[in-house]
Structure formats: C-alpha cells, structure tokens
Design a binder for this molecule. Structure first.
Ligand code: TRP
Length: 332
C-alpha cells in the first residue's frame, strides 16, 4: 500500500547537472513509498521563454533521458509532458475564475522575477506569467498530491496551492483537495567549477550526461589555492573548489587528501585526478542507462505516451469531480 501521491515537475530548459542529483535521487526514493507522477512542464517553460521556443523539443528529450538515467522508473511512475495532458489546462482555467489577482501579485517571486528578467531585457509581465503558480497548483492538485518534493525557491508556490485547495473546498463545500506538503531535499551547496553558482549558462557545470573526457576537462578547470605554485608548497583546502567537491563526493579519501594537501605531499594534478575518477564512477551507471534508452527511440516514445495516458486517466477523474462541484458538468 502506498503512503499517498507525489507530484513533481521541472521546466525543460536544458541539460541537468550534478547539482540536480540530490533532488532527483530523492524522487527516485519516493517512487517506492508513494504513487508518483513526474511532469516535464513545457507550458511553464513558455511563461518566461515564449519568444524563443526553437529548442523546446530537444530540451524535452534531454530531460527525459536525464530522468531515466538517474533511475526514475516509468513502470512505477508515469513520466509525461505537461502539454500532453490537457486536463491541467482546464483545471488552471477553472482555478483562475475563483482566484483574486492580489493573491498572485503577492507571491514573492512574481515581482522579483519580472524585475530580474526585465534587467536582461525580457518583458514577462504577461497574463501567463502571473498565472504561473496557478498552473503549478493545477499540476499538483489534479493528482490530489499529498507531497511535492521541490527546492526551497518553490515554497511560496506550494503555499499558494494549499490556499487554492482550501478556497476551492470552502467555496464548493467539498473535501476534494488535500493540502499538499512540500518536501525539501537535502541540497549540498555545490559551486560551479569556477566558484560561481553552478549553471549551464556559465558553462561551469558538470552535466549528469558528461563523458569521462568532459568530466576530467571540467575538473581541470577547477580553481585551486592560487598561492600554491609548486607541488611541495603547503595548500589551503578551505579556498579550493576541488576540496569542496572531495568533501561532497569523496568521503572515504577526503581526510587523507586534506592532510597531504596541507603538508604539500599531494599536488593539485593528482588531487584533481582522484576527484575525476570518483565523479566518473558515480556517473558511469547513469551513462549506461542513458545509452540504453538513446538506442531505443521507440521505447522513449512509448514511455512518454503511456505516461500521458496514465496521467490523463487520473487527472480526468479529479477534473470530473471539479466540474460537478462547480456545476459545469453538462446535465442536458
Ligand atoms: N516551478 C517549478 C520549478 O521551476 C516547476 C514546476 C511546475 C513544479 N509545476 C510543478 C514543481 C508542480 C513541483 C510541482 O522548479
């Protein structure tokens, strides 16, 4: 017996990197205890990137492969593309009828994002962007999900989905919607190889699909203690990106490496080599799973089709109850 329902989603905006692994590993685990649904939310991607959609289909495919490579199992959890389950859009529309605009305007990320993206010359003061958290609430509530594993940046959105559930239940005198709970994954703060925030747009990320060669190239780029010129100079691990990574990914060797770095007994080249090996061993099984799916385009197609079909079935049940509650289920 499952403990409840989980929904989570990601916008298909490009390759995922190893900083995303803690979130995804959490999803993989949740599959055992919960009935999970995982959506590649392409409509959400349109809210900020409606002007350039040329990479959308590639990004969707890449995200699907990334997800499968970490071990999301389509036999346990439907994996689907949001735009293929139109029920989400009807629920979004019906929610929009009963929601005060002020609730949406006061979501903290709303004005902030308009400002941030405005600085980059992007005008996203659109109707669709205002409704971003309404669409997100529809994604969650249409499966009557109890748990939503997300990052901290999404907490205000989950709070809104709870308010929507309460308002709906109150207005239409029903207990149709449970109030979803956010579940935060323990996220180790992982810097990019240059010390800035890890992001594919800075090209300082290590993609989860990286080859052995790419891994070692990225590790070469990592910034070490600048005062260390010769291998025999004592190093300062506290200011070294490689050490930050050894700490997270190489627990069994980190103490020894640390001592030898401080005493000048291991050089940066050797230290980087050991990190590259550990990262490569970590990503190897993911690469193997990825190539299994890459070689089977029909299987990929089936996974996403079947996922949408299963999602539609569940979503359709909720939607019919919503229509009935709001008296928009036709009786003549
Ligand atoms: N807004 C989420 C993000 O940017 C993506 C998302 C859309 C989502 N719908 C969702 C996450 C529903 C969880 C549940 O990360």
């Amino acid at each position: 017996m499952k403990k409840g329902v989980v929904f989570s989603g990601m916008r298909p905006t490009g390759r995922l990197h190893i900083g995303h692994l803690s979130v995804l590993d959490n999803w993989v685990k949740l599959q055992e205890e919960f009935q999970c649904y995982f959506g590649i939310v392409d409509w959400h991607a349109l809210t900020t990137d409606f002007e350039n959609t040329s990479e959308m289909q590639d990004n969707i495919r890449m995200m699907l492969l990334d997800w499968l490579s970490v071990g999301l199992d389509p036999l346990k959890s439907p994996i689907f593309v949001q735009s293929q389950v139109k029920e989400h859009s009807e629920l979004h529309l019906l929610f929009s009828m009963m929601l005060p605009v002020s609730w949406l305007e006061r979501v903290p990320s709303y004005k902030d994002q308009i400002l941030q993206l405005g600085l980059q010359g992007k005008d996203i003061a659109t109707y669709g962007f205002l409704g971003y958290p309404v669409l997100m609430s529809a994604d969650i509530l249409i499966y009557r999900a109890n748990v939503v594993p997300v990052g901290e940046d999404q907490l205000a959105h989950i709070e809104l989905s709870r308010e929507i559930a309460r308002r709906f239940n109150y207005l239409y005198k029903t207990d149709l919607f449970p109030e979803p709970q956010a579940r935060l994954a323990k996220v180790a703060l992982l810097p990019g190889v240059d010390g800035r925030k890890m992001s594919k747009s800075y090209n300082n990320d290590i993609p989860i699909a990286a080859t052995s060669k790419e891994i070692s190239e990225k590790v070469q780029m990592m910034v070490t203690d600048p005062a260390r010129i010769k291998k025999t100079d004592p190093g300062n691990p506290e200011i070294c990106i490689v050490h930050t990574y050894q700490n997270i990914y190489n627990a069994s060797e980190v103490e020894e490496i640390r001592t030898n770095c401080k005493s000048g007994n291991i050089g940066c080249v050797a230290c980087k080599k050991r990190l590259a090996t550990v990262l490569d061993e970590m990503l190897a099984p993911l690469r193997e799973r990825r190539s299994y799916y890459e070689e089977r385009p029909n299987l990929l197609h089936d996974i996403i089709e079947t996922g949408a079909k299963e999602a539609r079935k569940e979503a359709g049940k909720t939607l019919e109850l919503v229509r009935t509650a709001m008296n928009v289920s036709l009786k003549i």
